[in-house]
Design a protein around this ligand. Sequence first.
Ligand code: CA
Length: 235
Amino acid sequence: MRQQPAVLVVEDEPAIAELIAVNLRHNGYRPTWASDSTTAQKELDAVLPDLILLDWMLPGESGLTLARRWRTDERTKAVPIIMLTARGDEVDRVAGLDAGADDYMAKPFSTKEMLARIRAVLRRRAPEQNAGPLTVGELTLDASTHRVSHRGQPLRLGPTEFKLLHYLMGHAERVHSRGQLLDKVWGDHVFIEERTVDVHVKRLREALGEAAAMVETVRGAGYRFTVQPALVDKH
Ligand code: CA
């Protein structure tokens, strides 16, 4: 089962934030609330949400400044952002989208509109969730049936190893640091040490059997899933 998407709501007006949070919770999302830019940054440093609802006018740094920064930060740049604002003119809309927001909502907006925009942005950002099985080399992972097979033979993976493999196969040939894997696979890394990743990579390799070498250790950098493992001289 897929986890409920986490939504970070950055909004300084408690009444509006509360209304948004209640509606999100009732519709299958897990909202967290940050009332200013400092709190929002702290939340993001701890946990990467699936989506950010970002108010334009905030005490301290504006939503526009935050959006620009998050878009240029390697760690946060893929998190979708929907800007919220009381101003509705075209200039602001363009400025918001230029800053890297995925979409824009002018207050007041209905719950229905908010949910529709969130769904659309999440769909655009995560096409692999609706796609068929992932295949890399002779390894196939089907997220809808939770099955993994190598050369047609089914493999048994624990839930964390499955999530880890799903992420790695979806982003093959790229090097991922342990911190990035914690963000993407575990979601909340506050209380998890980076060596936890190593433990699960080891288990994943054991489960993969003959395909174990596809999960490469990149010294000093992290891990990479590759269709062509480097040949290791065993002599
Ligand atoms: Ca505001």
